[in-house]
Design a protein around this ligand. Structure first.
Ligand SMILES: [Zn+2]
Length: 430
C-alpha cells in the first residue's frame, strides 16, 4: 500500500489531485464526477494547500491505529452516540423542511449504522459475513454550545437561493453556507458536534462530506445535504430518496473513501482490505455479480453511488477506519456530552416529560398549550411507530417503557395545530 508520506513532493501534489477528484465525493445528480469535483478542487487548492498534509497525517494515524488494534483485546460492543446539529438554510419557504423530515433522517442513520436496515437481507451470500454493525447512534443535540436547551436544529432564512452549492461563495472563494455573517449558518463547535447543513444546491450535487482534515477551516467541517435528498419524506420516485446520501456522506466524515478508490484497477484503492478492488462507481441498481478487476463488486456498499434502495452495508474494514476516526481526529465527539437527556420541564413545548432518561414509565404532563384530547405517538430511533393513544390533556399520561429496548425515542404530541416532539432516552435496565 502506498502511503502519502512515502511519496516524493511532486507526487504528493498528484496525490492531492487524485484525493480531491476521487474522494471529493460530490454526488452530482446527472454527471457524477464532473462539475462538483472541479469546483471542490479549485476551491480547496486556492484556499489552503495545507489540506494535503493534514489528510496525510490522518491517513498515517489511521493505518497505525488499525494495525495496533489487531494486538488489542477484542473490543466490547460499546455503542457510541454522535451528537448532531442540523442547520436548515432556506430561501423559499418550501425549503424550510419539517422536523419530521429531520427525524426521518436521524432514524435512517440509526438503522444503517446499527445494521437494522430492512434491506440487509439482500446482501449477496458471499458478502454477508463482512456486513457489520458499526455501533454508532445519532442523536439530535439537546444542549447548545453555551449549555442552553435545544432541539438540535437551527433554521436560517437566507437571501442566497443556491447557498448549498459551493458556487455561492465570496469573491475570495469562501462558501457562504458555513458563515452566518455571509448569509449562512456558523457551525457549532465542530469538535463536539457533527454539523449537518441542509440547503438547496440547485442540483449541483446531492451531498458532500468532509474526510477528517479535508475542510479548509474547522468552521466548514461536517456534512452538507441538498434539501430534497435529506430524510425519506421526499419520495417522488427519484433514486436517492431514502436518506442514504446522508449515510454515505457521514461515512466520508468518519474517513471512508469511495469503495472504488481511484478509478481503474491498478490505481489507489479505498484503503480497506475487505472491500473488493473495483474499477469505477455504479449507478442504478445492478445485479450481482457485477464484476471488475477480476472479482465481484460490492456495489451494495454505502460508499458506492448505487441507488438508495440497493445499498445496505458497511464492512468490518470500513468500521475499523471509522473507529480510528472516532478515536483520533473525531475524538472530541466521544466526550461531547451535548446529547444529554435530562429531566426537564418544557414550557416552550407545553409539556413536561419525566423522567428522562426514562425508567419503567414515560410520564407526560400537559401544560396550557394543550386542550382536550391529545394524540400521543411514540416512535423508535428508526422512525417506527411503537405506541399510539389519545389522552385527555387534563391528565398525566403514563406510557409503559419497561419492555422497550434501550435507545433513543421520539414522543410526538398533537392537538389541533399544536405539534411538539420530545427526544427521550430509554436506558438499559441493568
Ligand atoms: Zn462520496
Amino acid at each position: 500500500m502506498l502511503l502519502p508520506e512515502q511519496l516524493p513532493m511532486n507526487k504528493k501534489v498528484t496525490y492531492l489531485l487524485i484525493l480531491l477528484l476521487t474522494f471529493g465525493h460530490w454526488l452530482v445528480a446527472q454527471e457524477l464526477d464532473k462539475c462538483g469535483h472541479d469546483l471542490l478542487l479549485e476551491n480547496a487548492l486556492e484556499r489552503d494547500p495545507a489540506v494535503v498534509d493534514r489528510m496525510a497525517a490522518v491517513e498515517t494515524f489511521t493505518q497505525e491505529w488499525i494495525a495496533n488494534q489487531a494486538n488489542r483485546p477484542a473490543q466490547t460492543r460499546e455503542i457510541i452516540t454522535i451528537p448532531v446539529v442540523v442547520h436548515v438554510l432556506w430561501n423559499e419557504p418550501s425549503e424550510d423542511i419539517s422536523n419530521l423530515q429531520i427525524y426521518s433522517q436521524i432514524g435512517i442513520l440509526n438503522e444503517d449504522f446499527r445494521m437494522r436496515n430492512e434491506n440487509i437481507n439482500e446482501i449477496p451470500d458471499d458478502f454477508k459475513a463482512l456486513a457489520v454493525d458499526v455501533g454508532f447512534e445519532f442523536c439530535l443535540a439537546t444542549l447548545t454550545p453555551e449549555g442552553d436547551l435545544t432541539d438540535g436544529i437551527t433554521r436560517t432564512q437566507t437571501d442566497w437561493p443556491c447557498i448549498g452549492d459551493f458556487n455561492t461563495s465570496t469573491e475570495s472563494g469562501i462558501p457562504r453556507l458555513f458563515y452566518s455573517i455571509l448569509g449562512g449558518q456558523d457551525a457549532w463547535d465542530p469538535r463536539r458536534y457533527l454539523n449537518i447543513w441542509v440547503a438547496p444546491t440547485c442540483n449541483a450535487f446531492l451531498g458532500f462530506g468532509f474526510n477528517p482534515g479535508q475542510s479548509v477551516s474547522p468552521q466548514e467541517d461536517g456534512v452538507v445535504l441538498d434539501t430534497d435528498y435529506f430524510g425519506n419524506v421526499c419520495n417522488d420516485g427519484r433514486n436517492h430518496h431514502l436518506g442514504r446520501t446522508t449515510t454515505h456522506e457521514i461515512g466520508h466524515y468518519f474517513n471512508l473513501k469511495h469503495i472504488w478508490g481511484t478509478k481503474g484497477c491498478e490505481e489507489e484503492d479505498d484503503f480497506v482490505e475487505d472491500t473488493p478492488r473495483q474499477d469505477n462507481f455504479h449507478l442504478g441498481c445492478p445485479t450481482h455479480p457485477s464484476e471488475s478487476c477480476g472479482s465481484a463488486d460490492m456495489f451494495m456498499n454505502f460508499m458506492d453511488y448505487t441507488d438508495d434502495a440497493c445499498i445496505s452495508m458497511f464492512t468490518i474494514g470500513q468500521k475499523n477506519r471509522m473507529l480510528a476516526a472516532i478515536n483520533g481526529p473525531r475524538s472530541g465527539l466521544l466526550n461531547s456530552n451535548r446529547c444529554l437527556f435530562i429531566n426537564r420541564p418544557r414550557p416552550d413545548l407545553g409539556i413536561t416529560v419525566f423522567p428522562n432518561p426514562v425508567g419503567d414509565c414515560i410520564h407526560v404532563e400537559f401544560n396550557a398549550n394543550f386542550e382536550n384530547d391529545v394524540t400521543v405517538l411514540l416512535y423508535d430511533s428508526s422512525g417506527k411507530l411503537i405506541y399510539e393513544t389519545i389522552n385527555n390533556a387534563s391528565n398525566i399520561r403514563s406510557i409503559p417503557a419497561d419492555g422497550l429496548p434501550p435507545g433513543v425515542y421520539y414522543l410526538h404530541l398533537t392537538n389541533g395545530s399544536t405539534k411538539v416532539t420530545e427526544q427521550i432516552l430509554v436506558r438499559d435496565a441493568k
